[in-house]
Design a protein around this ligand. Structure first.
Ligand code: GH3
Ligand code: MG
Ligand code: MG
Ligand code: MG
Length: 312
């Protein structure tokens, strides 16, 4: 832990690890009452490195949307019980799926019927038999656009970490699960010390580099399942899953030591930075709000006691 960490090493180490959500395979849900047809389309998309789930009864589609959370839905139009058009209308009525691209894949060739079916809020109409390249590119284009939009909405563009509101939402969700499963979790609030002075002395660009480097350090040393957010300007919040407050404090302490050894550069000037942190734990603090408050108070104590330290 005592080896100085160079910012460049961190950047290299982290870029592999934190393959942003955008690099993960695209996920497509196929709803078609004919299993062989669904399987054929699934194969075409899987050959293009996508992950596909097939559903043969429209009634199972909503459940699959919930569990699989696809980037796009491919819907057959003619199905018993519930047509593709009815299914698309139902999906569009759910606020959480408002931006989800839906594409029809149907044997219907009448363009008037195609147009009227698309009024349900469907992005495109492909006719069977579809050219493999046409299917793959129509799906990829729209699914990737959704990925990008989701990432713009949920992440901070400078660091790629979750933004304030997403962080809070994710922590609240995790805690409601934890209540049911009696898990323990810990929260840390991390704030860079005298950051205003860093900006004033070394300039905003150097300040940005400090923020980006701390974000990378957090990503490289915490688990993928942990929640890491940029809470404000030079303030970060992390939720460490399945650990006690004591374990979390030890981990954040080791990060504090490493961060304090990073050499930053502004022109020819070399400088170092530190952070202070406050740690609290669940279930001692039973809600997102009380965790936040308790971590904040601990952070305040760390600042009062002279900064560059972790308080609980
Ligand atoms: P303390 O040790 O008490 O935390 O002092 P501080 O100077 O870090 O705290 P303060 O809240 O007074 O200042 C935070 C500064 O962070 C002010 C703001 O201009 C700067 N800041 C916020 N966001 C960014 C950013 O994205 N880039 C840069 N370069 N600076 C930022
Ligand atoms: Mg059919
Ligand atoms: Mg600060
Ligand atoms: Mg601050």
């Amino acid at each position: 832990f005592t080896k100085p960490v160079k910012p460049l090493d961190l950047m290299l180490a982290v870029d592999e690890l934190t393959a942003p959500a955008a690099d993960e395979p695209l996920k497509v849900l196929i709803v078609d009452d004919e299993p062989e047809v669904a399987a054929y389309h699934a194969l075409l998309l899987e050959e293009a490195s996508m992950i596909v789930q097939q559903v043969h009864h429209p009634a199972d589609a909503l459940n699959a949307l919930e569990r699989f959370s696809p980037d796009l839905v491919l819907v057959d139009v003619y199905m018993p019980v519930c047509s593709g058009e009815e299914l698309a209308t139902i999906i569009r009525q759910q606020p959480e799926h408002v931006g989800l691209p839906i594409i029809y894949l149907s044997s219907e060739t009448d363009s008037q019927k195609q147009i009227s079916a698309m009024a349900a809020g469907v992005e495109a109409f492909l006719t069977k038999p579809v050219q493999p390249e046409e299917l793959v590119s129509a799906v990829r284009l729209r699914a990737e656009r959704l990925r990008l939009l989701r990432s713009l909405m949920t992440r901070d563009s400078m660091t790629g970490l979750y933004n304030h509101s997403t962080t809070t939402d994710l922590i609240t969700k995790t805690l409601s699960q934890a209540h049911r499963e009696e898990n323990q979790h810990a929260m840390a609030m991390i704030d860079i010390d005298h950051f205003k002075q860093v900006n004033d002395t070394h300039g905003h660009l150097a300040g940005d580099q400090v923020i980006i480097t701390l974000a990378r350090l957090l990503k490289s040393r915490l688990r993928l399942s942990d929640i890491i957010g940029r809470y404000g300007g030079e303030e970060f919040v992390v939720l460490l899953k399945g650990v006690s407050g004591e374990q979390a404090a030890r981990l954040i302490e080791s990060l504090r030591e490493d961060f304090a050894l990073v050499d930053f550069h502004a022109g020819d000037v070399r400088f170092r930075c530190t952070f202070s942190a406050g740690v609290s734990s669940f279930p001692e603090q039973p809600s997102t709000e009380s965790l936040r408050l308790s971590s904040d108070q601990a952070l305040y104590r760390a600042k009062e006691l002279g900064r560059n330290q972790v308080s609980t």
